[in-house]
Design a protein around this ligand. Structure first.
Ligand SMILES: *[C@@H]1O[C@H](CO)[C@@H](O)[C@H](O)[C@H]1NC(C)=O
Ligand SMILES: *[C@@H]1O[C@H](CO)[C@@H](O)[C@H](O)[C@H]1NC(C)=O
Ligand SMILES: *[C@@H]1O[C@H](CO)[C@@H](O)[C@H](O)[C@H]1NC(C)=O
Ligand SMILES: *[C@@H]1O[C@H](CO)[C@@H](O)[C@H](O)[C@H]1NC(C)=O
Ligand SMILES: *[C@@H]1O[C@H](CO)[C@@H](O)[C@H](O)[C@H]1NC(C)=O
Ligand SMILES: [Cu+2]
Length: 673
């Protein structure tokens, strides 16, 4: 649920953003401000009827074909890059238009009207406009008076409405919920419960209004989170720690290419996905070459269903990437708090509803993390007269973005390690979406509240967060296979051992998509993407391993409407053959979608995936039962997963990793006597 407040942040001033220049665009670079302007002009000029209102719902790079990119990449970027093209999704005259614009020839390559059930992302501007409507709507004003509240202290926010079995094509709608400030900025914890406002976005007017009941407004005390507003007694204060890299960062950024330690990758930005990691390769010291690992990785969708089936809450089943934009909801990162002192920042650009470019300052931060962890160690005391100790501190590279989708803040980290793992992390923090209720003690609750009582008049409804990642692994080339190494118990039956049992590894190679669908946490299994055409010197297939984390399976019934739309959460892992148009697991158009364009549908074709260019889809999740300590602000709840080399190298790259250099305090040492 994107909100007006974020809009203000968007204008904040950039701090230490790096402005790197390279002569050529990388073909995967996100669209620039100049390109957004160019697209806006081309699309506006092409309008058949200029009296029709035109809104830009999505503008992003239409990435070139993978083989074209790979060829260009393998020729060391010496050839002409493929032409820059953009995908533009607009709404004109109540229709969704999909246009491909070629930026080198300034022309429209193709255009079509999408007539399916779903709708594109919401723009900020239409949400802001919709949020203002109740404040001028007489029945709403009457509801506010009836509750003896002050209209000037009311703010409203937008929520997507989902799909619940309607047969006729739905309208583009939002539900608007309103909150009461009156002495707080923590608006989400003070809802005007009982009121539902439905806005038709094409007409931009209220089409339905219900005020079904009144409950007490949650209290204003105890919900303040701003440090400046806290009153004594205070909690403990930690001593400061200095993070400094006086010799500068150990990575290089050239445009959007990032080079650090043994890693090399491209970092893109998209309003739907947020960060996109491309062409991640690792330098193999022994082979003296970069070897490919991950062609592309990004958050494809985030599904957040709430478990309260009542009239005011049942529809809350959000698809944050496809409806609100994970990147569109990104907020500028603050130096020293969101990211450490040694971080560098990158800005992001997007198109506003009018198509004009818009900057999000500091949308990414990039830093070397040296947090006192150990990469590896050993103390050897087994040799008489000697103690051998070797330790390598863990230093890794982090790329971070924070997406604040209304009340929730998601901290998205991509971490690159010198051990050649990629760790993907997500942190959930921010403010719970709460429900006002007439309770001040659990003893008063007689029926299932679908929630935890968090404070007076405040329930925290149960819900889930599922994040599905698109992971196009290209392990040492694009032809890969997905294998499951099952750990199986064997009985010793021939008395050859005093043992009665042991476990061993039974490899299964997924031949088709249905072989690959995996529910984890039931049987022990190692999941790998291997290159069946490449072996290490000693004969193992080179591979990368998925170490799953934050496992959660959907608990909704398969035939429940939100679950039909989110069927991609049914398995933790899916594998599909690479297909450029299969990017968004919930479908290209997610708002009001009906599940007819999801990963589950694509995968039902049961295509061959053995020794093919394949894409791994991993869903991590959290079942969230709120606790009192999640209120009025939620300490970060973290999860993630790891992609770790598995027989990828002939010799372990960590052996050659050196202890970090000693930092030089040049200016201090000279005066320090
Ligand atoms: C265009 O938008 C304006 C402002 O929202 C509205 O007054 C007008 O009716 C719209 N025009 C059409 C053709 O939809
Ligand atoms: C690209 O660069 C690498 C390393 O510098 C070199 O080995 C390779 O031959 C180059 N390839 C081409 C096509 O120039
Ligand atoms: C309503 O709030 C405004 C400021 O937000 C304040 O100026 C006004 O006095 C309030 N009115 C009442 C009746 O409390
Ligand atoms: C790629 O995927 C789309 C959507 O699932 C499908 O319509 C199309 O036929 C696929 N293309 C190929 C070459 O399989
Ligand atoms: C050292 O001091 C000089 C002059 O004050 C300054 O320009 C320079 O940036 C400083 N170097 C470091 C590493 O702080
Ligand atoms: Cu939650």
């Amino acid at each position: 649920m994107a909100l007006a407040l974020i809009y203000i942040f968007l204008f904040s001033i950039s701090f230490t953003s790096i402005h790197t220049h390279s002569h050529h665009h990388h073909p995967l670079d996100p669209l620039t401000a100049k390109e957004f302007n160019q697209i806006q002009t081309i699309i506006t000029k092409s309008q058949a009827d200029p009296t029709h209102n035109l809104t830009f719902q999505y503008v992003g790079l239409d990435d070139p074909d993978k083989q074209t990119i790979l060829k260009w990449h393998s020729l060391n970027h010496t050839t002409q890059p493929p032409p820059r093209q953009a995908l533009v999704i607009t709404r004109v005259n109540k229709q969704t238009h999909e246009t491909i614009v070629d930026l080198s020839s300034h022309s429209i390559l193709s255009t079509r009207v999408y007539t399916g059930y779903g709708y594109p992302l919401f723009t900020f501007e239409e949400q802001i406009a919709a949020n203002q409507l109740p404040l001028k709507y007489p029945p709403f004003i009457a509801s506010v008076s009836k509750r003896k509240l002050n209209l000037t202290e009311v703010v409203c926010e937008s929520f997507s409405v989902g799909w619940f079995g309607e047969k006729k094509k739905d309208k583009r709608e939002l539900k608007i919920l309103c909150y009461y400030l009156d002495g707080t900025v923590n608006l989400y914890v003070r809802p005007l419960e009982g009121i539902t406002v439905v806005v038709d976005l094409d007409e931009m007017k209220i089409t339905k209004y219900y005020d079904r009941f009144t409950v007490p407004m949650p209290k204003v005390d105890g919900i303040e989170y701003q440090a400046s507003k806290q009153k004594p007694p205070y909690g403990p204060r930690a001593n400061g720690v200095m993070v400094a890299q006086p010799d500068g960062p150990g990575f290089q950024i050239d445009g959007h290419m990032i080079r650090w330690a043994n890693w090399n990758f491209h970092l893109g930005f998209d309003i739907r996905a947020g960060p996109i990691i491309s062409l991640a390769s690792i330098y193999d010291l022994e082979k003296d070459t970069f070897r490919r690992v991950l062609y592309r990785g990004f958050v494809s969708e985030m599904f957040v269903p709430y478990m309260d089936p009542t009239e005011e809450w049942y529809y809350k089943t959000f698809f944050d990437a496809g409806e609100f934009g994970f990147g569109l909801s990104a907020v500028p990162l603050e130096p020293m708090t969101d990211c450490p002192a040694n971080a560098v920042f990158m800005d992001g650009y997007l198109a506003g509803q009018n198509g004009k470019p818009f900057k999000i300052s500091n949308v990414f931060c990039i830093f070397e993390k040296n947090a006192g962890d150990v990469m590896w160690r050993h103390t050897e005391t087994g040799i008489i007269g000697q103690v051998i100790r070797e330790v390598r501190p863990e230093v890794s590279l982090i790329v971070r973005m924070v997406s604040t989708v209304g009340n929730y803040d998601y901290i998205v980290d991509w971490e690159f390690k010198q051990s050649c793992s990629i760790k993907v992390g997500v942190g959930l923090t921010g403010v719970l979406e709460v429900k006002a209720a007439p309770y001040t003690h659990t003893d008063q609750i007689k029926e299932d509240p679908y929630a935890t009582l968090l404070a007076d008049y405040t329930l925290g409804p149960y819900h889930d967060h599922f994040l599905t990642y698109h992971l196009d692994l290209d392990v040492d080339g694009d032809e890969n296979s997905f294998v499951k190494d099952k750990l199986v118990t064997k009985r010793v039956t021939d008395h050859s051992s005093l043992r009665k049992s042991y476990w061993t590894v039974a490899r299964e190679t997924a031949k088709t998509e249905s072989d690959a669908k995996t529910k984890l946490g039931i049987e022990p299994v190692e999941l790998l993407v291997i290159n069946p055409n490449k072996k290490t010197k000693i004969g193992n297939h080179v591979g990368y391993r998925l170490i799953p984390g934050s496992l959660a399976s959907p608990l909704l019934a398969d035939d429940d409407y939100p679950q039909i739309r989110a069927e991609f959460t049914k398995y933790h892992v899916w594998v599909t053959p690479y297909n450029k148009s299969e990017k968004w697991v919930g479908g290209e158009y997610v708002d009001r979608s009906r599940g007819d364009d999801t990963l589950a549908i694509w995968s039902a074709r049961n295509r061959d995936i053995e020794n093919k260019d394949i894409v791994l889809w991993y869903t991590l999740g959290f079942h969230h039962v709120p606790y009192q300590e999640d209120f009025p602000i939620m300490p970060t709840l973290s999860g993630g997963f790891e992609l770790r080399p598995a027989n990828f190298f002939n010799s372990n790259p960590v052996l050659k990793t050196r202890i970090p250099m000693v930092a030089h305090w040049r200016n201090c040492t000279s005066t320090d006597t």
